[in-house]
Design a binder for this molecule. Sequence first.
Ligand SMILES: Nc1ncnc2c1ncn2[C@@H]1O[C@H](COP(=O)(O)OP(=O)(O)OP(=O)(O)O)[C@@H](O)[C@H]1O
Ligand code: SF4
Ligand SMILES: [Mg+2]
Length: 436
Amino acid sequence: MEKDSINKNEKHYLTGREVREIAKQNSKKMRELEKRKMRKCKEEEFLSTMKDPSNILEIENLHTYFFTDQGVVKAVNGVSFSIPLNSTIGVVGESGCGKSITAMSVMRLIQGPSGQIVDGSIRFRANDFKKDSQGKYIPIYEKDENGNIIKETIKDKKNNDVIVDKIKRDSKGFPLYEREEKVYDIVNMPIKEMYRVRGRQIAMVFQEPMTSLNPVFTVGNQLDEVSLLHIPGATKELAKKRTIQMLEMVGIASPERIYDSFPHELSGGMRQRVMIAMALAAEPRLIIADEPTTALDVTIQAQILDLFNELKSRINGSILLITHDLGVIAEMADYVIVMYAGRVIEQGTALEIYNNPCHPYTIGLQKSKPTMDSSKDDLYNIKGNVPNPINMPNYCYFKERCDKCINRCSGDYPNMVKISETHYVACHLYEEKENE
Ligand SMILES: Nc1ncnc2c1ncn2[C@@H]1O[C@H](COP(=O)(O)OP(=O)(O)OP(=O)(O)O)[C@@H](O)[C@H]1O
Ligand code: SF4
Ligand SMILES: [Mg+2]
């Protein structure tokens, strides 16, 4: 229920009756959305197609709301952007603009019943294991030059020799299974079906590793679990081998020792490396890193960013990097999405956003970045605050803070204006330039 439809006389409080009315209407909507989340349905219902086959993720018109007793918080209010395969996308914007909620929506980790995705689509190109008619994974067998399956002798549970078809294995010893590409509309997926995407196809690295690692299990235990859970044919020995390899890959010098350590025995940088190893364990196609370096000191920050840069070429996937640090974005991202108050206000390649920022908010963000030669007095700040998320205006959300405001800015919310093939901005200042 919109607060403004009840609270017409602009008073700064809600009466008990109004709160009860909002709660009643919210609960109806929440029940409906929760029921949809928990439903059982056939796969066809959430299969989709990508608009551009070179993308790995397409977010279109995403709306994620929180139904509170004060009104509806439109945390993500019509966000659209795409992530091409093998690229790094940086999402930047000030605190509270909806960066994390966008990422959590992709993972379907929004805390219900108050938090709900109410509209839009999130299309994801998954490379999942193929199943036969009985729901079993289909192994890839070793064949000789005549195309006949090679046989091998293995021990069964009772230690007897049995002859079986030989399954192909990768360099780490894991059996290979047939895979197929499918496009899922994540918004439409029942929450139970998300297990085939979360962790396996899309992994997330959170800001504070200590809160994401379980303090009562060893690092090895927690990393092994990812392989055992997501990779068919994984045994305890194989999982351990893989964990050690992952720890080496993220630059941990003595992986065997770290394998047996508990999270509290590690430094912040080491813990973040463990989190990245955990994200990589199931070979996901997309890694979402939400402020991965904010809790670390600058030298470790640089090491973790170097690690991400290195991984970019080693994994066959993409990275969605969320940060409010423009410096991090400059170093890492191919494309940049600038968010403000739950919407995308500018997007373009990193060069376009740095050399030619167009939206007054992006220009302000650039100016407020401290440099080596800026004195304390020089540092620019964007005056004012973000509007109340429960009562967003119909016009540009940045109007109250903008120093380039024109008459038209009091009208409708600005549409996305094309500056170049890759550069778009939501601002009335550029509409005429586009028409020209
Ligand atoms: N559980 C909740 N209930 C109500 N509102 C919420 C809830 N969680 C988040 N929000 C609102 O959603 C908006 C977006 O939050 P989000 O966490 O995505 O911000 P952010 O851009 O990640 O900020 P930061 O840079 O501080 O991490 C905020 O305005 C916040 O108040
Ligand atoms: S639309 Fe108007 S108010 Fe909004 S950012 Fe552009 S110039 Fe400023
Ligand atoms: Mg956040």
